[in-house]
Design a protein around this ligand. Structure first.
Ligand code: ADP
Ligand code: MG
Length: 249
C-alpha cells in the first residue's frame, strides 16, 4: 500500500522517474459504494452498494441501459465524483478520504479519461489539448511538446497538430482525446461509451487503441454497448441494472 507521502512525492516528480506500481494489489476497489442524487424531494439511487475489485492490468467492460448508472460509476472510479457512502481505493490509495485538491492531482497522474463526446478544449489545438494535462510537471515546454507529439503519432494524429477540435472529424477528435488520456502515462484508462458517436472505421481504431493500452499493462475500464468492446478476448464483463452491478461471467 502506498503511503500518502509516497504518493505526493510520485505526483511531484517528473514522469521520467518511473514510479513503482508493482506492489499495488487493486487498481480499483469499491466497497459498498452508493451514490445518491437528491433533486428537491426526489432521491435517485444511481449506484446501489457496488462491490468491485479490479486488479492491475485487467480489462473491465460494463454495459447497461441508459440511466442505469454507468457514467456515475465511471466518474466515481475516476474520482471526478465521490460516493455518498462506501469506500473507494484507486491504486490502493483511499481516494474517497481526500479532498478535491488531492483528488485533482491524483486524477492527473493515475487515470486517463475518455468521454463519449471527446471533451477537447475547443480553443486549444490538438497538440495543446494533449499538452494540457502535463503542465504541472517540471518539464520544459519543449519537452512537453515532444512527448505530446509522440502521443499524437501513437494515435496517428501527428499530421494534424495545429487543428482545432472543430476542424477534426469525430474519430480524429476521439483519437486526440485518447492521446490526452495517455498524457501522464496513467496506469488506469477509463472510457465512457468511447465509440458511441463514431462510424465503424473510427470505432475500430478506438477499439484497437484500447486493446493495445491494455496489452501494455494498463488497467482499462469501459462503459459501452459496443459489441466489439464487450467481446474483447480477456474482458471481465458486467451489466449495470438500475444502479446495481451484476457480473456476467
Ligand atoms: P448511464 O450512464 O448508464 O446512462 P447515469 O450514471 O448517467 O447512467 O445516470 C444514472 C441515474 O442517475 C439516472 O437516473 C440519471 O438521471 C441520474 N443522474 C445522473 N447524473 C445526475 C446528476 N448530476 N444529478 C441528478 N441525477 C443524476
Ligand atoms: Mg452514461
Amino acid at each position: 500500500m502506498m503511503a500518502d507521502d509516497d504518493y505526493l512525492e510520485a505526483a511531484d516528480s517528473t514522469r521520467d522517474d518511473t514510479y513503482d506500481y508493482d506492489d499495488v494489489q487493486f487498481a480499483v476497489r469499491l466497497t459498498d459504494v452508493s451514490r445518491v442524487y437528491r433533486m428537491g424531494s426526489n432521491k435517485i439511487e444511481a449506484l446501489r452498494n457496488i462491490n468491485l475489485e479490479i486488479e492491475p492490468g485487467q480489462y473491465v467492460v460494463v454495459s447497461g441501459h441508459s440511466g442505469s448508472g454507468k457514467t456515475t460509476l465511471l466518474n466515481v472510479i475516476g474520482a471526478i465524483d465521490v460516493p455518498s457512502s462506501g469506500r473507494l481505493l484507486v491504486m490502493d490509495v483511499p481516494i474517497s478520504d481526500y479532498d478535491e485538491s488531492f483528488r485533482a492531482t491524483f486524477r492527473l497522474t493515475t487515470t486517463g479519461f475518455i468521454f463519449q463526446s471527446y471533451n477537447l478544449v475547443s480553443t486549444l489545438t490538438a497538440l495543446e489539448n494533449v499538452m494540457f494535462p502535463m503542465q504541472m510537471y517540471d518539464k520544459t515546454p519543449d519537452e512537453i511538446e515532444e512527448v505530446a507529439m509522440n502521443l499524437l503519432a501513437r494515435v496517428k494524429m501527428d499530421h494534424r497538430p495545429d487543428h482545432l477540435p472543430w476542424q477534426l472529424s469525430s474519430g480524429e477528435q476521439q483519437r486526440v482525446a485518447i492521446a490526452r488520456a495517455m498524457a501522464n502515462d496513467p496506469p488506469i484508462i477509463l472510457a465512457d461509451e468511447p465509440t458511441a458517436n463514431l462510424d465503424g472505421e473510427s470505432g475500430q481504431m478506438i477499439r484497437e487503441l484500447l486493446s493495445e493500452l491494455n496489452a501494455e499493462g494498463k488497467t482499462v475500464v469501459v462503459m459501452t454497448h459496443d459489441e466489439g468492446i464487450i467481446g474483447h478476448k480477456n474482458a471481465r464483463r458486467f451489466t449495470m441494472e438500475n444502479g446495481e452491478l451484476k457480473s456476467n461471467v
